[in-house]
Ligand binder design. Structure first.
Ligand code: PHE
Length: 460
């Protein structure tokens, strides 16, 4: 008894289109920029292990739950939650899950766009051969020059937000379905090329060891939370991006297979990025824990020394921008869909409204790297001791809002929604796979998220 609802925003052409779009959402700066730098800051292998575990036992099941809710509700997350709650005679407060997600998406995009702006800037810096022959010091000073200047960051941030608004305003099928099909495999191949370079860098073994050898003495309780938060972040979970993409999924497509495919691809890209970066970090005597600039300080060294480096470097950053672009549109889609549904705006109008507000808020991040780099609002709390406004935004969204969103999605999908409804919507029968899914979502996700939260606060 699948519901008769159809989305007013259209539908993907088929399951493959959904997988591509969801992969486009999942694979982004999270894999290539964030994963390496937070792995560097949190001691390497043990952190990676916790992250992988979270992907498998929390990420994949929650992705299935989110797609399932989206497809059943067929609206923006706010309205999907409201409709589904009404249908199951539950409190209308469940719509707050949609609101929280929309807010998280907006906050994330506000800084995501600034970092994507760095990648845009690097398209030109690498392409012009600026890095040719430079040492780590030279590469470092080029990075500092970029982030030290607010006007420059603002300009790149503006360009990226305009790119995002342009695509979102064209609707769910506008062009990007095809773009993802070509660009994602290209990014993958380029990462392999970089892995090849790292292999010959002289420190491959050390890099791999750092990435994969678990040394638990280097992992703190906060590190575990960051690993879990990143599993949500990298799979785009807990804020409605995947839910809204699920709402455009045709009725007959298998949710389980699609979710697994997306998660595996996402994880492989992150590991390939880590393998390219850490050998370079060690070969050049750099510090793995050097923060958000990590890939911008390491990869250009490789591009500056390899044959055709200017070309490959440019191509790499072009692909990274595309990966960020396909993620950015999913961050803003829940808000745009809601503006269209509830305020009768056209898609173009809705995209501009959402985009401009996000752009403005993004200035906080722009200034975090220069004129406000000394502003540490929560420095009295030990784990936030040296967190800038950007760091706090990132922490609040990825490590608190997304896991909390995921927890509530789990509670709704596996505790509140009747079993029959989820059997019906997932359409995978009610054999072992279904039971495993339900068990993970019912018990493992809520308990894991609670334990990790309480552990960081210091209660357990
Ligand atoms: N998953 C994206 C990335 O890894 C970021 C993102 C988070 C996108 C949440 C949508 C929702 O870059």
């Amino acid at each position: 008894m699948a519901t008769e609802r159809v989305s007013i925003h259209g539908q993907w052409s088929n399951r493959l289109a959904f997988v591509l779009a969801a992969t486009g959402s999942a694979v982004g700066l999270g894999n290539v920029w964030k994963f390496p730098y937070i792995t560097g800051e949190n001691g390497g292998g043990a952190f990676v292990l916790v992250y992988l575990l979270c992907i498998a036992v929390i990420g994949i099941p929650i992705m299935m739950a989110e797609v399932m809710l989206g497809r059943r509700g067929r609206q923006s997350p706010v309205n999907t939650m409201r409709t589904l709650a009404a249908e199951e005679k539950l409190s209308s407060h469940w719509q707050w899950l949609g609101w929280g997600g929309m807010l998280a998406g907006f906050l994330i995009l506000s800084y995501y766009s600034v970092i994507a702006g760095w990648a845009l800037a690097y398209v030109f810096r690498t392409g012009s051969g600026l890095f040719t022959g430079l040492t780590a010091d030279g590469v470092q000073s080029i990075f500092s020059n970029l982030v030290d200047e607010p006007e420059r960051l603002m300009a790149w941030h503006t360009i990226f937000m305009v790119m995002t608004m342009t695509v979102v305003s064209r609707g769910v099928r506008g062009g990007l379905e095809t773009a993802t099909r070509v660009l994602m495999p290209a990014l993958f191949v380029l990462l392999l090329v970089l892995d090849g370079y790292a292999w010959n860098s002289g420190a491959f073994k050390q890099g791999v060891e750092f990435l994969l050898w678990p040394d638990f003495s280097r992992l703190s309780a906060n590190g575990v939370l960051i690993a879990m938060g990143h599993a949500f972040f990298t799979l785009s979970l807990g804020m409605g991006a995947i839910m809204v993409y699920g709402s455009y999924l045709p009725d007959n497509a298998s949710i389980a297979k699609a979710s697994i495919a997306v998660s595996v691809m996402d994880t492989v890209v992150a590991l390939l990025a880590g393998l390219a970066i850490f050998p370079l970090v060690f070969a050049n005597g750099l510090e793995p824990a050097s923060g958000p600039g990590l890939i911008f300080r390491t990869l250009p060294i490789a591009f500056g020394h390899m044959d055709g480096g200017a070309f490959f470097g440019m191509l790499f950053f072009v692909l990274l921008v595309f990966a960020a672009w396909t993620s950015a549109i999913s961050l803003i889609e829940p808000a745009v869909a809601w503006l269209v549904e509830n305020h009768g705006l056209s898609r173009i109008h809705a995209s501009v409204v959402a985009g401009v507000v996000t752009w403005l808020f993004g200035l906080l991040t722009v200034f975090s790297f220069n004129i406000w780099s000394d502003v540490k609002l929560l420095s009295w709390i030990p784990i936030f001791h040296d967190h800038t406004v950007f760091d706090l935004l990132d922490y609040l969204t990825a490590n608190i809002m997304l896991p909390l969103g995921g927890l509530l999605i789990a509670v709704f999908a596996a505790w509140c929604m009747p079993r029959d409804s989820s059997v019906d919507e997932l359409a995978m029968g009610d054999g072992f796979s279904y039971r495993l899914w339900r068990f993970l979502v019912r018990y493992i996700t809520p308990v894991a998220v609670m334990i990790v939260f309480l552990n960081v606060i210091g209660i357990i």
